[in-house]
Structure formats: structure tokens, C-alpha cells
Design a protein. Structure first.
Length: 543
């Protein structure tokens, strides 16, 4: 019988750099063995380099199986059993169901030596079972060690491989990513366009019209060795999904974002997507592409549901900012006789039974009023800044806030009362005064209250530390408003940055809640504690 031989060699990552297991040495050992062989032809050498033996989804292994099924190969030779399999359950099944059922000759050179032509029962020997079991144990142990090392590296912000996202370049030194000035500028524009009101689809169309290649096409165009499942058929076009991914990626904040997926274990290598709260995020690991302020603006916009205009491709300027004071729902934009209005969404869609706020307000009236209010607020901010500058020129400055101290004291007292209720409810349950269900309900409620108190205390502590460091003209509250001191007309970027909510009252008056309320209160505390309260009253009266 003429033997049509296939040499199968494999080297996996867990084998490391052991010379004895190198691809070249495996082939040499089998070639030396074949010198004693008669009447044979070597069909091919099947090589899986860098692939694990704990599963059979290996490119050349599957090609070998196809050639066996076609009758091209009738003899397989390996250096040892672990080159063929490192999974005892699937390994035995593969040897039994595939090798024996197809009537092929299987030869393993190292101990335990196997030659199914001379003795088919060797496949079922205890030595074969033991070898495969030891190989699987080795793979399992190695997998655990590698996972632990990768977890430590992730927690330190070190990269565990993978290609950097669009806007960054690989670092030749293997350390933190490098900023790509070309792609990075595109990323900045994407964030800016989003804040200006463009939808993901509109941004994608704009980039395509500009002739900007998408991330995959760009990486290839600059000579990077980048591959993805669809890279070969990539059209080079931008899609809304790509824009959405970029706008949610905290890598652009300078964070290392890793651990998004993992395999189940050392045998099942399919990647399982993790929940976002399980990602490992480490700040300050590489250069920022966008500011935290810009990223938060985009997060805020993306958390809201907005309708994009078919004509402009943008959301309207006041989208999700204007509320009905009666039902507390956002007001809906409508148009009649060429004039744009805002009307209560609840009244328009559900009727007066659910909200009696029938009246409308024109976009023009709202715009004029809001612009005037912003200008007034800016004047107030400038006056407050001047007062703060004068305080900071004094020889002694008081960096305490009586208001915050009292707030902290009040919350601590409430926490003590709530904790007493919590403790007393447990005693009442044990004494039989209340049922277990009542105790669980009280415990759940008090735990929620305590958690909220802790959050409030933490916020107050941050504000106390901030005022202790002192207030100066570089305060975020001053900077955000004063940069618009020459404003002539409104835009969505300004509204998102300065305004939290706008309420339309029953009498059609407009109430505006500005952002940075906490900063505003801190500044007033600072001024009051430093004896300039009358100056503030004068400013407020003037406004």
C-alpha cells in the first residue's frame, strides 16, 4: 500500500519559545523518521503557527481534514499527540471518530508512541488519555496565568495588544498610543458637529462628501498593517454606526478602555461581549483628543431623544431644552403659516385632560428673550468676577462656607436618624413586632436614603475643598459665560453649554435654569464670607 502522507505541525502561544517545539524542528524530526519509511509520498506539510490546540478551529487542520475526506491523504504524522490536540474530550473523540472511521494511519513519534496501522487499539490506551489530560491541564494553567497578567496590565493602563482606535497611532516603543494629527482633527470635528446639532447620519454624509476615508481605509492608506473581518471588502465610506462608536469612546478622553470582551475559558475561544460597567477604564494613559467638557456635552446630547430636520440634517436649536411648566414635559416644535412655534407636547398629543397648557410661543420670541437673559447673566458674571478679584487682593481671605458647613451638619444628623430607624427595625423584626416583609421594606428604603445622603455629603465635601483652595478669575463659571460676552445670536453649542432647562410658564413668561448653579452658589458664599455681600446685593439689584 502506498502511503499518502500529511505532516501536521503546530506551535501555539502557550508553547513559548521552546526550541524543541519549533515548527522547523518538528518538520526535521518527522523527516528523519521518514527515512525508514517505504513506498510513500508526502502530500503536504500542514502548519498552524500561533494557534492553540484546545480546539480544532485551525486553518490548516481543517484543510487536512478536507484532504482526508477527499482521499488525498491516508496517513497523518505528528511529532507528539499535543501537536494534534490539547483537549482530552475532543481529542479522544477526534482520534476515535475521525482517524479510525476514515481508516487512515495516524502516527505520533514521541512518547506515547502511536501507530494505528500496527496497533489500532493504541488510541484508547491509558498513556494516550494521560498525555492529553496533562496537555489540557497545562493549557488551563497557562490560560489562567495569562489572564491574570493581562488583568494586572489593564488595571495599570498598559495595552494588551490590539490596534489603537482612529485618531491614534501605534507606538514603536510599545507603550502608550501616539496622537495622529490627521485623524485626530477629524475626530475633533465629529464631536464639534454633534454638539452643533448634526445627527450621526448627517456627519457620515458630510465626511463622505469631503472625501475623507473611513477609519479602516485610512489606516491602510498610511501603510499600517491593519486587518479586520471586513477590511478586504471595506468601501471606505463612513456610516452612522462608525460615528456613534467614536462619540461614545472614552479613549478620546485619554483613558485606557480595555476588557470589553473575553473568552469563556481555555477551550472555548469565542469572544463574549461584556457590559459597559465591567470595562476596565484607567484615566490619563495617552493624549486627549477632546476635552472632558466636550465629551460630557456629547453624552448629554446622546442621552436625549431628538428629531433631525430633513432639510438641515440638524436638530432644532432648542430641542430638549424647553419644558412646559405644568406637565414638565419637553415642548414640541411645530409650524403654522411659515412661523415656527413651540407647543406643549402633552397637550398636543394627549389633550387638555392631561395638560391644560394650551398656549404656544414662537421660536423668535423665545430666542430674543433667551439671548437677552444670557447677555444679562454675562454682565452679572463679569461684575462677580470683579468682586472676586478685589477679594483676592485683600491681605486675608476667608476660604470657608458657613452654608456648606451647615448643610453638611444637617445631612449628618439625618443620616444618624435614618441609621437609628434601620437598627430599630431589625430589633422589632427579631422581637416579632413587625413581619419579615415589613423589615425588608424598611431596610430597602433606609439603604436608599443613606446612599443618597452619602452622595450629597461627597458633593458638599468637593465644594468645601474647592472653596478652600479659593475662587479666582479662572473659575469654570466665569470662563464659560465670559467667552460669550460679545454674543450677537444664539446657537445650539452656546445653549447646551450655558443652559440646563427653559420653562414656559402659564402666563407665557420664561424661566431659565442656567448651568453651573453649584459654582454660582460657591462664588456667592466666597463673597459673603469675605464681607462683600453688599456689593453683590447692589449688583443683583442693578440687574
Amino acid at each position: 500500500m502506498k502511503w499518502k502522507i500529511a505532516l501536521y505541525v503546530r506551535l501555539s502561544k502557550e508553547d513559548g519559545k521552546r526550541v524543541s517545539l519549533s515548527i522547523e524542528n518538528q518538520i526535521k524530526l518527522i523527516a528523519r523518521y521518514l527515512r525508514k519509511f517505504e513506498d510513500f509520498v508526502v502530500i503536504d506539510i500542514y502548519i498552524d503557527d500561533g494557534l492553540t490546540g484546545t480546539d480544532f478551529e485551525r486553518i490548516d487542520f481543517m484543510r487536512l481534514q478536507e484532504d482526508v475526506c477527499k482521499g488525498i491523504v491516508n496517513c497523518i504524522i505528528v511529532k507528539d499527540l499535543t501537536r494534534y490536540a490539547r483537549n482530552i474530550a475532543d481529542g479522544i473523540k477526534e482520534l476515535d471518530s475521525f482517524v479510525l472511521e476514515h481508516g487512515i494511519r495516524f502516527i505520533s513519534l514521541d512518547i506515547p508512541q502511536v501507530d494505528t496501522y500496527k496497533d489500532p487499539t493504541q488510541i484508547s490506551s491509558p498513556e494516550v488519555y494521560q498525555t492529553l489530560q496533562e496537555a489540557e491541564n497545562f493549557a488551563r494553567t497557562t490560560s489562567v496565568k495569562v489572564r491574570n497578567i493581562k488583568a494586572l496590565k489593564r488595571e495599570d493602563g498598559e495595552k494588551n495588544g490590539g490596534f489603537p482606535p482612529y485618531g491614534f497611532l501605534p507606538n514603536p516603543d510599545g507603550e502608550h498610543w501616539l496622537y495622529d494629527p490627521v485623524a485626530g482633527e477629524i475626530v475633533k470635528k465629529i464631536f464639534q458637529w454633534c454638539v452643533e446639532g448634526m445627527s450621526d447620519c448627517t456627519i457620515a454624509r458630510k465626511l463622505n462628501d469631503m472625501g475623507v476615508p473611513n477609519p479602516t481605509a485610512y489606516k491602510k492608506s498610511i501603510g499600517l498593517n491593519y486587518h479586520s473581518p471586513n477590511s478586504e471588502t471595506n468601501s471606505g465610506l463612513w456610516w452612522a454606526s462608525t460615528i456613534r462608536t467614536i462619540l461614545h469612546d472614552k479613549n478620546y478622553l485619554g483613558c485606557s478602555v480595555q476588557g470589553k470582551s473575553s473568552s469563556f475559558d481555555h477551550k472555548r475561544h469565542k469572544q463574549i461581549r461584556k457590559a459597559k460597567e465591567d470595562y476596565v477604564i484607567v484615566p490619563d494613559c495617552h493624549e486627549k483628543v477632546v476635552s472632558e467638557e466636550m465629551f460630557k456635552k456629547v453624552e448629554q446630547i446622546k442621552s436625549q431623544k431628538t428629531r433631525v430636520s430633513k432639510t438641515t440634517g440638524k436638530v432644532h436649536m432648542f430641542a430638549n431644552l424647553v419644558y412646559c411648566s405644568e406637565c414638565n414635559r419637553t415642548m414640541k416644535k411645530t409650524c403654522a403659516k411659515g412661523i415656527d412655534y413651540l407647543v406643549c407636547r402633552t397637550y398636543k398629543m394627549l389633550g387638555k385632560e392631561y395638560c391644560s397648557r394650551k398656549g404656544t410661543i414662537t421660536i423668535k420670541t423665545l430666542s430674543d428673550t433667551v439671548l437677552a437673559a444670557i447677555r444679562t447673566q454675562i454682565k452679572l458674571v463679569i461684575d462677580l468676577q470683579e468682586i472676586v478679584d478685589k477679594i483676592n487682593q485683600q491681605p486675608h481671605v476667608n476660604n470657608q462656607s458657613e452654608r456648606l458647613n451647615q448643610l453638611s451638619k444637617n445631612i449628618q444628623q439625618k443620616m444618624e436618624k435614618t441609621e437609628h430607624i434601620f437598627d430599630a427595625s431589625y430589633i422589632d423584626w427579631k422581637n416579632g413586632d413587625i413581619s419579615k416583609e415589613q423589615y425588608i421594606r424598611i431596610r430597602s428604603q433606609t439603604e436608599k436614603e443613606l446612599e443618597q445622603y452619602r452622595t450629597n455629603l461627597q458633593t458638599i465635601l468637593v465644594e468645601q475643598l474647592e472653596i478652600k483652595r479659593g475662587i479666582n478669575s479662572n473659575n469654570a463659571y466665569f470662563e464659560r459665560f465670559i467667552k460669550y460676552k460679545n454674543v450677537e445670536q444664539l446657537d445650539r453649542v452656546m445653549l447646551i453649554e450655558l443652559i440646563k432647562r427653559i420653562y414656559i410658564m402659564e402666563d407665557k413668561s420664561i424661566h431659565i435654569e442656567f448651568n453651573f448653579e453649584d459654582q454660582y452658589m460657591l462664588i456667592l458664599d466666597y463673597i459673603k464670607e469675605n464681607g462683600k455681600e453688599k456689593a453683590v446685593q447692589k449688583v443683583l439689584t442693578k440687574k
